[in-house]
Design a protein around this ligand. Structure first.
Ligand code: ATP
Length: 385
């Protein structure tokens, strides 16, 4: 995977790539309003300001959040209502043709001719990208090999499975040797194995060819596995843009877990002046606001566990989770809501506290929408902010 540099961003503020890194995509106050006959005006993008660093970038948001609209504007296929945007330094309105020679696009919806072979189609798309005939043929063969369709390349596309069709769409986006690829819901219609394979392929293209790739998806749990950074939008507004490391950075809450004696530990920590909360098998303890205070919290926990002779299983800082982005609570709020450690109430799912502000529309965490995505492991780096 290419190493992303961090866009610096506040919770809803503009994202700015780290010093010395050119953004591959920039937008300033980008707004798009559709004037549909039946629904009246729809604001699909609402003042989007961001700068996207190179690497594999997830564009995540629920259905209707504005992802496809943004991609079409970036390709110059749609004109913004107001604001501006550039791709690889080229303006999306004035230099759209130049952009399209540098960018590979995989559309969301099926758009493949059924009665030609994959080789014919991808070669044709190479010609459309300006390649001479022989080069287009060679590049088509290479692209189809990269996406795993080498053996099947002379079959009519109409006889392909959904997974194979998605791969043809990816191959035609790759054929022109792009500097950036825009992939709109590339795992649409695929079964779990097909989705995994497609994500592996995208990750490999990013790392082996050093191509930046923007992957739009409503499945947060899916694309966070392969992305260096994420741009999250909701109802056309930027929720946050940041590196994965920044999304999953350590919180100011410690999780303490002992194999037995958890209630005893909770009482002792309280007696030591801390305010432990229960969260499943763990006790959550807030760190201090200064390093000294935090050191004292660590020391108090260590000493208490030692004095009680309890088997310590885990003592670590909780990490933020990417899906918190779409929730109405931060990890700190979660701490406030966690059960008192002295409660006799068994730990388990907690009742949600009503919130003054409604949460953003969350994208599904997985295709079934059931499981929460795990934090991206080992992603913290100097670009955290
Ligand atoms: N041509 C159009 N005319 C009117 N409204 C549109 C048009 N295209 C999109 N919209 C509306 O704009 C909003 C954003 O749509 P968009 O397709 O960009 O979202 P999306 O995040 O890509 O969602 P999905 O993943 O479902 O495609 C939606 O409310 C959609 O209904």
């Amino acid at each position: 995977m290419t190493t992303a540099t961090t866009p610096t961003a506040g919770p809803a503020g503009p994202a700015v790539p780290a010093a010395g890194t050119a953004a591959v995509i920039e937008a300033s106050g980008l707004t798009k309003r559709y004037h549909g006959a039946s629904r009246g005006p729809v604001t699909a993008l609402d003042g989007l300001t961001l700068a996207v660093p190179p690497g594999v970038i997830g564009l995540v948001g629920a259905n209707g959040a504005g992802k496809s609209t943004l991609i079409k504007i970036l390709l110059g296929l749609l004109a913004p209502t107001s604001g501006s945007a550039s791709v690889l330094g080229y303006d999306v309105v004035d230099q759209a043709e130049r952009i399209r020679t540098l960018v590979g696009y995989m559309p969301e919806h099926d758009c493949l001719p059924p009665d030609v072979t994959a080789t014919e189609f991808v070669t044709h798309m190479g010609r459309m990208d300006g390649l001479p005939p022989t080069a287009a043929k060679e590049r088509a063969a290479e692209s189809l090999r990269h996406v795993g369709l080498h053996e099947e390349r002379y079959r009519l596309i109409g006889t392909y499975s959904t997974g194979m069709k998605q791969r043809v769409k990816l191959a035609q986006a790759l054929v022109g040797d792009p500097r950036l690829m825009l992939l709109d819901e590339p795992t649409n219609g695929l079964d779990p194995a097909g989705r995994e394979a497609m994500l592996d392929l995208i990750e490999r293209i990013g790392s082996e060819f050093g191509i930046s790739i923007l992957v739009a998806s409503h499945l947060l749990g899916e694309i966070e596995q392969i992305c260096d950074s994420l741009v999250a939008i909701d109802s056309g507004k930027l929720l946050r843009a940041a590196s994965m490391a920044a999304f999953t950075k350590a919180s100011a809450v410690l999780a303490v877990e002992v194999d037995e004696g958890s209630a005893q530990l909770g009482a002792a920590l309280r007696a030591a002046g801390l305010d432990p909360r229960r969260d499943g098998r763990a006790l959550l303890v807030k760190l201090g606001t200064t390093e000294d205070e935090s050191d004292r919290v660590y020391d108090a926990i260590r000493d208490t566990v030692a004095e009680l002779g309890l088997p310590l299983n885990r003592l670590e800082r909780r990490r933020h989770r990417v899906e918190e982005l779409f929730a109405d609570a931060s990890l700190d709020d979660e701490f406030e809501r966690a059960g008192d450690a002295g409660d006799s109430v068994p730990a388990g799912p907690r009742a949600a506290t009503p919130s003054a502000t409604p949460p953003a529309t969350p994208p599904a965490t997985d295709p079934g929408g059931a499981s929460a995505p795990a934090p991206a492991p080992g992603k913290e780096s100097a670009d955290d902010h």
